[in-house]
Design a protein around this ligand. Structure first.
Ligand code: SF4
Ligand code: SF4
Length: 311
């Protein structure tokens, strides 16, 4: 079937009109730092290609999946799940048990070197990885099999990117990142959780240009993690004027002053939260009066805590 017709029909069944789809493509152009004139090209790329994707869950809380699938506007998850061929995702697939495992094995075998692996969660390595298993296999074995046979592995969330809370001190299971365990160079969509628009834009970039985006030295896409929170923060003027919130609920908090003295890690954290915001662009932590806790920086649970004191 013509995927152009196919995609539009499938989206229409979900209540996503062509106009909504084009708005989504415009948003993706914005997130990727491209001119709005790229929106039709993004639409064209998404209509034509259907890469096979497997989404693996390792040691995690499923918050990254939740961040992704709970987007309601502009229906990022609905759109992207119709654009890709999602062969395996434990949270949302209908199959279970042996049947699910057969699907995974067949996908890896039939698409060796061609599919994209999205990895969520850290890999426990202590005692040969016995602290994380699915279907009798350790996450260690699964990651080395599924990620190493993929064309590329995209890590979503702090746990897959650098071990996350699983690897925080004292790290009882000796949890590690997917990259540390497999030796692969992964694309790291950092954050706890990451913003769904950054996850989707990475896939859209692949569909549009046939390659993964340029990365920083921590494997994070530069389009999203190329600037400090501090540099785009609307409270920055108050930082320069030395106007600080001293404690939550004080006069400075009421006036929207800088949160640096109550622990804001914005000066050390790379992410695009001030630009694309959260909850469909409704708001983001600092605008809501909460300091950035540095969730897109490696080892932030150890290195940025305690969270509510000046760094
Ligand atoms: S609130 Fe945080 S990110 Fe914003 S100006 Fe102050 S220190 Fe920088
Ligand atoms: S503001 Fe900071 S802690 Fe909050 S989501 Fe963005 S990077 Fe993470």
């Amino acid at each position: 079937m013509d995927n152009h017709v196919d995609l539009n029909e499938r989206l229409a069944l979900k209540g996503v009109s062509r106009r909504d789809f084009m708005k989504f493509c415009g948003l993706m152009a914005t997130v990727l730092g491209l001119p709005m004139s790229f929106a039709p090209r993004i639409a064209e790329a998404m209509e034509k290609k259907r890469p096979t994707v497997v989404w693996m869950h390792f040691a995690e809380c499923t918050g990254c999946t939740e961040s992704f699938i709970r987007t309601t506007y502009p229906w990022a998850a609905d759109i992207i799940f119709d654009v890709i061929d999602l062969a395996y995702h434990e949270t949302i697939m209908a199959a279970a048990g042996d049947q699910a495992e057969e699907i995974l094995e067949k996908t890896v075998k039939d698409n060796k070197g061609k599919y994209i692996c999205i990895a969520e969660g850290a890999i426990p390595t202590k005692d040969n990885g016995v602290y994380g298993k699915v279907h009798g296999k350790t996450f260690l074995e699964i990651a080395n099999h599924v990620c190493k046979n993929a064309a590329a592995t995209i890590c979503v969330g702090a746990c897959a990117c650098d071990g996350g809370v699983q690897a925080a001190k004292p790290n009882p299971t000796e949890a590690k990142s997917v990259s540390a365990v497999t030796g692969l160079k992964t694309v790291n969509i950092a954050g706890c959780p990451p913003n769904a628009n950054n996850m989707v834009a990475t896939i859209v970039h692949y569909l549009l240009l046939g390659k993964l985006p340029a990365l920083d030295d921590k494997g994070r896409p530069l389009f999203a993690y190329g600037y400090l929170i501090h540099d785009n923060c609307p409270r920055r003027g108050h930082f320069e004027n030395q106007e600080f919130v001293k404690q939550f609920g004080d006069e400075g908090a009421a006036k929207g002053w800088c949160l640096y003295q109550v622990g804001c890690a914005g000066p050390e954290t790379y992410n695009n939260c001030p630009i694309i915001q959260w909850n469909q662009g409704t708001n983001w932590p600092i605008r809501a009066g909460h300091p950035c806790i540095g969730c897109s920086e490696p080892k932030f649970w150890d290195d940025m805590s305690p969270f509510y004191v000046q760094k």
